[in-house]
Design a protein around this ligand. Structure first.
Ligand code: ZN
Ligand code: ZN
Length: 342
């Protein structure tokens, strides 16, 4: 079968490898589509803090079950599924507490793991598969995993209430995760949502998708301008960029008493004004992937029609053009690039 490997910075190779063998508890899946994630773009450039090159990409994946181990219940051959790609040990403190995204021995399908979704076939624990409703297109189904990330962040921001009613929200970054965060924040009833980005075309898309206002992240007075639009400090700032300038802005916007949620994957350390964070009681909240309940909420949100799939899946390439697909995604003018395998 064909398998995509990121071998050197910005270089993808397609190799022939044996089809994987089914183990106990597993399903064997044939890929329909796999999405190119922001974390893949970091990793293929050698910029991901935890995924060194070479690696086998593909964790946003939709496929058809072709084989099922005898001990697996709840799935049938031919079911269309998507994958919750974190692979926990199920045995550590966090796994036992239902926080398997924070597993002490976490592996991640498609991120430094021997198998990956940008392959014709792969095997995976059936515990990590989620059935896709028949009414969903493959394109819509490919958004379940990326949408689960901001849904998890919403729950952390709202301390589990899933309700942002009356809250002012700022989202830094109008890329894929920023826009999905916008959709999720609207779904959870945020009162006002202001977004920033350096690029005008990304800001325009955010406005089209329902942001109340958008501002140029590069303007010197952007923090004051956002605060003026909100009429106050921000209750929650979602930093979907996570570089020093956006972290500075996020903390200034949340000052006083607000919450900063780090949603984007930071490339490196930043410094923070710790005296301000302490004295002004600012909460800095990391948000790491998702849990099964977030996948269920993502499926419900997508099923409600609250997300316009065409605004998100902006390009689909056949697997033979994987290199072109990644190059297109790297240019930054696509929202979600998919690669179709079958
Ligand atoms: Zn992803
Ligand atoms: Zn664990």
């Amino acid at each position: 079968m064909k398998q995509v490997i990121a071998t050197a910075p910005k270089e993808l190779t397609i190799v022939d490898v044996p089809k994987p063998e089914l183990a106990a508890g597993e399903i064997l899946v044939q890929t329909l589509v796999a999405g190119v994630c922001g974390s893949d773009l970091h990793a293929i450039q050698g910029l991901h803090p935890f995924v060194p090159l070479p690696y086998k990409p593909g964790h946003e994946v939709v496929g058809i079950i072709r084989e099922i181990a005898p001990d697996v219940d709840g799935f049938s051959i031919g079911d269309r599924i998507t994958v919750e790609p974190d692979l926990p040990c199920w045995d550590c403190k966090n796994c036992k507490n239902g926080n398997e995204n924070l597993c002490e021995r976490l592996q991640f399908f498609g991120c430094g793991y021997p198998q990956s979704g940008m392959s014709e076939f792969w095997t995976l624990s059936a515990r990590r598969a989620h059935k896709v409703p028949d009414s969903f297109t493959d394109e819509a189904a490919s958004l379940i995993e990326p949408l689960s990330t901001p849904i998890h962040a919403m729950k952390l921001a709202s301390l589990g209430s899933k309700d942002l009613s009356g809250k002012t929200v700022v989202i830094l970054g109008c890329g894929t995760i920023g826009l999905l965060t916008l959709v999720a924040a609207k779904y959870f009833n945020a009162k006002t949502i202001v977004m920033t980005d350096l690029l005008p075309n990304k800001r325009e898309r955010a406005l089209r998708l329902g942001a109340d206002a958008v501002l140029d992240a590069g303007l010197a007075g952007v923090v004051d301008d956002v605060r003026a639009l909100l009429g106050d400090s921000a209750d929650v700032v979602f930093d979907c960029v996570a570089l020093q300038p956006t972290v500075n802005q996020a903390i200034a916007l949340a000052d006083k008493g607000g919450t900063v949620v780090i949603v984007g994957v930071p490339e490196k350390d930043v410094s923070v004004p710790l005296p301000i964070i302490q004295d002004h009681q600012i909460r800095i909240q990391g948000s790491a992937t998702y849990l099964p309940s977030d996948f269920k909420d993502a499926i419900t949100l997508l099923g409600s029609g609250a997300l316009d799939v065409k605004e998100f899946v902006t390009a689909v390439f056949p697997w033979e053009q994987t290199q072109e697909a990644f190059e297109s995604a790297l240019l930054g003018d696509q929202v979600k690039v998919l690669i179709r395998f079958s």
